[in-house]
Design a protein around this ligand. Sequence first.
Ligand SMILES: C[S@@+](CC[C@H](N)C(=O)[O-])C[C@H]1O[C@@H](n2cnc3c(N)ncnc32)[C@H](O)[C@@H]1O
Length: 285
Amino acid sequence: MVEVIQRGGEFLARKGVDSPRLQIELLLAHVLQVPRLKLYLNFERTITDAEMETLRGLLRRRGKREPLQHLLGSTSFCGLEILVNPQVLIPRPETELLGERARRFLDAFGGTPTPTVLDFGTGSGCLAILLAVQCPQARIHALDISEAALNVARQNAARHQVAERIEFHVSDGFAGLPAGLRFDLLVGNPPYVPSAEIETLQPEVRRHDPRLALDGGSDGLCFYRRLAVEAAPFVAPGGRAMLEFGAGQAEPIGKIFSNADWIVESVEEDYSHRPRILIARWRDK
Ligand SMILES: C[S@@+](CC[C@H](N)C(=O)[O-])C[C@H]1O[C@@H](n2cnc3c(N)ncnc32)[C@H](O)[C@@H]1O
């Protein structure tokens, strides 16, 4: 087993894969169906020919830079197992911060006892599902333009027993939402990569995350412009927007929201102290 890990790690390193040792350990643990940390308690276990064949196939695919999460079929988001496939963005650790921030907001919410939430661009459903699981008082809506992504989100909701608590809408922006809905909280991680930068991203991202989930238009800000304006008829008095964004976007997004009818309350940082989340309050008129 030690030799398999050693050789597999070296193979992945040659292919330019980050953290090759961790990756081979995770793939081997997946094939042997044991938690990764248990690998080292089973050093003597022999690997059968069939297991070796499966591992080789996965290693070849990982070497071609298919994301680990696609090979495993799922990822962890705030401790929830979320199914992923090429139709949805693989949820990122930064987005866990947004989920945590939104949960704190809902827990402290002093308005109606049943706050209404919209997850804009739900993808795998990670944010909507997290909030449905952690905030049983909330009514959750989730939208995406991609029917294929919504199918994955629905499966994830069912897996976590919150399918009944989330209303999914196929919608381009807000256009497909029923009139009359009002949100106390709008969360979202919209596509924010400038179109021309997509080709510069890691192969795992540029070849395997859906382009629809990445492409934020020529300057990456197209969805923030749309959200700041198109959300207007759907925001409840005093409603909040909590939106993730990318490197260098804090200032222009702050301006976009201030120039529409929002008061920017704060910009929150990720663990590396990079600005990441815009929090804005709807200016009641
Ligand atoms: C960056 S992904 C976020 C997925 C998920 N919320 C997450 O954080 O992992 C953005 C999502 O927005 C969706 N999207 C792209 N254009 C859209 C549009 N015009 N209207 C609604 N959703 C859209 C994409 O399909 C994708 O699922």
